[in-house]
Write a protein that binds this ligand. Sequence first.
Ligand SMILES: C[S@@+](CC[C@H](N)C(=O)[O-])C[C@H]1O[C@@H](n2cnc3c(N)ncnc32)[C@H](O)[C@@H]1O
Length: 339
Amino acid sequence: MYSNKWGRFMFGLYNLKPTSVCSAVRRAAGRSGFSRTAVCEQRTLWLQGAARVETERRHSGSRSVSQTTVDPAEVRRFQSLATKWWDEQGEFAALHALNDLRVPFVRDNLLNVHRARHPGKPLAELRILDVGCGGGLLTEPLGRLGANVLGIDPVEDSIGTAHLHSSHDPDLVDRVLFRACTLEQLSGEGEGEQEEQGAAQFDAVVASEVVEHLADLETFALCCSNVLKPGGSLFITTINKTNLSYALAVVVAERLLRIVPNGTHDWEKFISPVELERLLESHGFSVQSVQGMLYNPMSGAWSWTNSTSINYALHAVKLSDVTEDSDAHLEDHAAAAHS
Ligand SMILES: C[S@@+](CC[C@H](N)C(=O)[O-])C[C@H]1O[C@@H](n2cnc3c(N)ncnc32)[C@H](O)[C@@H]1O
């Protein structure tokens, strides 16, 4: 899914102009036995459906509310990959390489706000939550920068892999923890009379290549706000929702060429930077920066780019007076779900 083979294929197509993509789709359609007209009709119907859903969503003012971020199909998919996280040439090769961009992105943005107090450990004394940590590919380097990091993921076997791998590094033993749970479970632990565990405890939340796998982004945004301290940072990397990403990730890769299993990518769950920004700002965040990222599968390296049309990274900050609004929002959210 994130392997070099997949990356090479995606990169080759990403570098085609839209007209070339159409030609590629036509050629592939011919080879696969799909008629070109059928593919175009399917695409048109799909776009009409998507436009209708988007219009309804705008009118209702929110995305679907289900109160869980968990999509069971996604959990099953990552369960089957739970032993593969640390194979640097394997399924997750591109995620290993992505550390070259995302680790400095998180570090430098945090250092703009928090002064480094320990030489060699610039993130010391900061608490970071890595949501959807998988095997801990990003959790570990953040721990090595001195942060106390909690990695969470609903896939228990991935957490087992993450825990085992980090236990080999004595530098991480006291600094990095992993837990098999969801963000909403962690967030809910702050409620009630007990000592607050989930609420307002983190200086930063990172969710890297995760939001495109979630069932409900409203719940995600609410819970991120709940677990962050006022002024805390949220870092997201994800895939844009463009015609190009539909053509490449869904039509060509899954349905025509069948390079990845049908259903691996749900284009409807991809989100544009504009929509993500709107969602976060409605939950009391202020978006500080959005930057495009590009993967070069020939070199296996990522680089920053001005274009956010494929992959992008976003940094947002929780506004200081968001807690009361967020509580009211959580109550509305719960009432809506129960009505
Ligand atoms: C593409 S992987 C990214 C892993 C890790 N963030 C990284 O970049 O190395 C997506 C991760 O999201 C996790 N995930 C799926 N549904 C989730 C949910 N509802 N809450 C948190 N994580 C979830 C998957 O189990 C998987 O580990």
